[in-house]
Design a protein around this ligand. Structure first.
Ligand code: NAI
Ligand code: MG
Length: 398
C-alpha cells in the first residue's frame, strides 16, 4: 500500500490533545501514513501575524488531505494586544484561519454526519404514544454549501453610493427601508450561484444513491427567500427528474426542520442546505447524538481534491490547561474516519467506526461529557476516562 502524506494541523488548545490521540488510533488501525505538521492558529497569529502561514497552505496544496484539530480565535482587542510587540502597529489584520482556508481552497462541499451510537447516554430520547421512552436512531448526513450565502462576506454598514443606489432600485427596499438614515443601515447579502448549488445538491444525491436512500430533503425557505432558496429547490427538483428518478426531493423549510428534528429525526437521512442553514441544522442534529464530543465534519473541493477533516468543536482553552486532558476524542477520531472514507480506505474506516461503536455500547469507558459531568480536572476521580484512556479503549477494540 502506498504511504499517504497527511497534513496534521493540531491548532490550539484541545485541538492538540485530540489530534495526537486520533493519530494513535489511525496507526493502530493499520493506516500507513506520513504526517507532516501544518502550523495553524492563535499561536501563529501572535508569533508571526498570520494564523494560517503560507507554508501550511503550501503543504495542503501539495498533499491535499488535512486533519485539523481546532483553533482559538479571540475578540478584536486581544488580536492587537497579544500580537508580538515587534509586529504591533505594522498593519497586521486577523482573519479566521478556518475561513481563510475554506476560501483559499474553495472547500465548497461540507458534510456533517449525525449518527447515533448505540448505548451513548447522550442520545436523544422522546416519549412515545403510550408514554414509553423511545430512542430514535439518527442517521443523517447534512450537506452544507460551505462558501456562499450569508457567510459569503459581502456586507456593509453604511453602504457606499453605488450599493445604496442599487438597493434603491428595488421596490421593497424603497417601501421598507428608505426611511432609515444610510449610516444606520447594515446589509449582509445572501448570494448563491447555480454552479455551487448544483455541486452541493449533486453531492447529496450521490450520497443518497450510495446509501440506498430514496429521498433528499432540501431545508431552505423558498416560499419567502424566493430567489436564493428558490434556486436551490428548483435545481434539486430538476436534478431528481433528469438524473436521479428514484430519489425524491422533499421540501421542508429550515424553521420546520428545526421543529421536526426532535419529533421524528429518524425520517431524515440526507439534508442539503445553503451555508448558514446547513450550519444551524447540523448543530441541531448534533445535539441529538451527543453534541460536541461526537460532531464531525468534512470539507472539500471536488475539483482540486483538497479536503480537510475536523471535529466541529473548538479549542476549549480552559480544558487545554488541565494536566491530564479530559475531552472526548471521538469527534476527532470520527473525523478521521471520514477522511479514510474519502480517500478510499474503507476497511480501516469501518474498523475504527466499529471499535468506537463497541466502546460506546459497552459503556465501561466514558469521557466526562458522556457521564454528564461538569468538565472539572477531577472528573477522572469520578470515573471519567481521560482523552488518552478513551483512545486506548478504542485501540484495544482494534
Ligand atoms: P468549544 O467547542 O471550544 O468549547 C465549548 C464547550 O464544549 C467546552 O467548554 C466543553 O465543555 C465542550 N467541549 C468542546 N469540545 C469537547 C470535546 N471534544 N469533548 C467534550 N467536551 C467538549 O467552543 P467555545 O468555548 O465557544 O470556543 C473556544 C475557542 O474555540 C474560541 O476561541 C473559539 O473561537 C474557538 N472555536 C474554534 C472552532 C474550530 O476550530 N473549528 C469552532 C468553535 C470555536
Ligand atoms: Mg457551527
Amino acid at each position: 500500500m502506498e504511504k499517504r502524506t497527511i497534513v496534521a494541523m493540531p491548532g490550539d488548545g484541545i485541538g492538540k490533545a485530540v489530534l495526537i490521540e486520533c493519530i494513535r488510533v489511525l496507526d493502530a488501525a493499520g493506516f500507513k501514513a506520513n504526517y507532516v505538521n501544518g502550523d495553524i492558529g492563535w499561536e501563529f497569529w501572535c508569533k508571526e501575524g498570520n494564523p494560517l502561514p503560507e507554508r501550511t497552505i503550501k503543504l495542503l496544496e501539495e498533499h491535499k488531505i488535512g486533519l485539523f484539530g481546532a483553533i482559538t480565535s479571540k475578540p478584536k482587542d486581544k488580536t492587537a494586544t497579544e500580537l508580538a510587540p515587534e509586529l504591533q502597529g505594522k498593519g497586521y489584520i486577523y482573519y479566521s484561519p478556518i475561513v481563510t482556508m475554506r476560501q483559499h481552497f474553495n472547500l465548497d462541499i461540507c458534510m456533517r454526519p449525525c449518527q447515533t451510537f448505540k448505548g451513548n447516554p447522550l442520545n436523544f430520547i422522546r416519549r412515545g404514544a403510550n408514554g414509553a421512552i423511545e430512542e430514535p436512531v439518527v442517521d443523517v448526513m447534512i450537506f452544507r454549501q460551505n462558501t456562499e450565502g450569508l457567510y459569503g462576506g459581502v456586507e456593509w454598514t453604511n453602504p457606499p453610493d453605488k450599493v445604496y443606489d442599487a438597493l434603491m432600485t428595488h421596490k421593497k427596499f424603497v417601501e421598507n427601508f428608505k426611511w432609515c438614515p444610510r449610516e444606520e443601515l447594515a446589509v449582509s447579502t445572501r448570494i448563491l450561484t447555480k454552479k455551487y448549488c448544483t455541486r452541493i445538491i449533486k453531492a447529496a444525491f450521490e450520497y443518497a444513491k450510495k446509501r440506498g436512500f430514496n429521498k433528499i430533503t432540501v431545508s431552505e425557505k423558498p416560499n419567502v427567500v424566493r430567489e436564493t432558496s428558490g434556486m436551490m429547490l428548483k435545481i434539486a427538483q430538476e436534478m431528481s427528474k433528469a438524473e436521479y428518478p428514484d430519489i425524491k426531493v422533499e421540501d421542508i423549510n429550515i424553521d420546520a426542520t428545526m421543529m421536526w428534528l426532535t419529533k421524528n429525526p429518524e425520517n431524515y437521512n440526507v439534508i442539503v442546505a445553503s451555508n448558514m442553514f446547513g450550519d444551524i441544522i447540523s448543530d441541531g442534529f448534533a445535539g441529538l447524538i451527543g453534541g460536541l464530543g461526537f460532531a464531525t465534519s468534512a470539507q472539500f473541493n471536488p475539483e482540486s481534491g483538497v479536503a480537510v477533516f475536523e471535529p466541529t468543536h473548538g479549542s476549549a482553552p480552559k480544558y487545554a490547561e488541565y494536566e491530564t486532558s479530559i475531552v472526548n476524542p471521538i469527534a476527532m477520531i470520527n473525523s478521521s474516519v471520514m477522511m479514510l472514507e474519502h480517500i478510499g480506505e474503507i476497511e480501516i474506516a469501518n474498523n475504527i467506526k466499529k471499535a468506537v461503536a463497541e466502546v460506546v455500547a459497552e459503556g465501561k469507558v466514558r469521557a466526562y461529557d458522556m457521564l454528564k459531568l461538569k468538565g472539572t480536572p477531577d472528573v477522572i476521580n469520578q470515573g471519567a476516562a481521560s482523552t488518552k484512556q478513551m483512545a486506548d479503549a478504542i485501540i484495544a477494540k482494534l
